[in-house]
Design a protein around this ligand. Structure first.
Ligand code: AMP
Length: 120
């Protein structure tokens, strides 16, 4: 379930300030407030979707197209930010056991420095 009091909805609406580096009809990209790498960005769909679980529900139509758009936007931003062609890490945490703390779908982009090949 998408939470009523959703932080990223407030970020999208501009109620909570953020460092917005990209916006189009469907997505925004902001800088993470607690960066885990030299560059740490969050690509956030504007649609109120809680997590990857809701993208691929047990029943009903999936939202696979939205996920394609999410990665398309991420690659575009990574190029704009100079992370490509070098490389970057993309992460989607799903559910509390997956480390998700904000229950509005988002993709982490990490880079700007060499990253270790682990998932610590
Ligand atoms: P996750 O743990 O995958 O749900 O990621 C949530 C991320 O959102 C964390 O890395 C937080 O540091 C980040 N975050 C939380 N609130 C804000 C905010 N207001 N602006 C920018 N980043 C935020």
């Amino acid at each position: 379930m998408h939470p009523k009091d959703c932080i990223f909805c407030k970020v999208i609406d501009g109620v909570i300030p953020s460092t917005r580096i990209y916006e189009d009809e469907g997505f925004i990209c902001i800088r993470d407030i607690h960066p885990q790498a030299k560059v740490h960005l969050l690509v956030i769909p504007k649609a109120p979707i809680a997590s990857l679980e809701e993208v691929f529900p047990e029943r009903g139509e999936n939202k696979a197209a939205l996920l394609g758009q999410l990665f398309d936007v991420a690659a575009k931003i990574a190029r704009q930010q100079g992370l490509l062609p070098g490389g970057f890490r993309s992460v989607i945490n799903t559910g509390s056991l997956g480390g998700q703390t904000v229950f509005h779908l988002h993709l982490h982009i990490l880079g700007g420095e060499p990253l270790r090949g682990s998932f610590g």
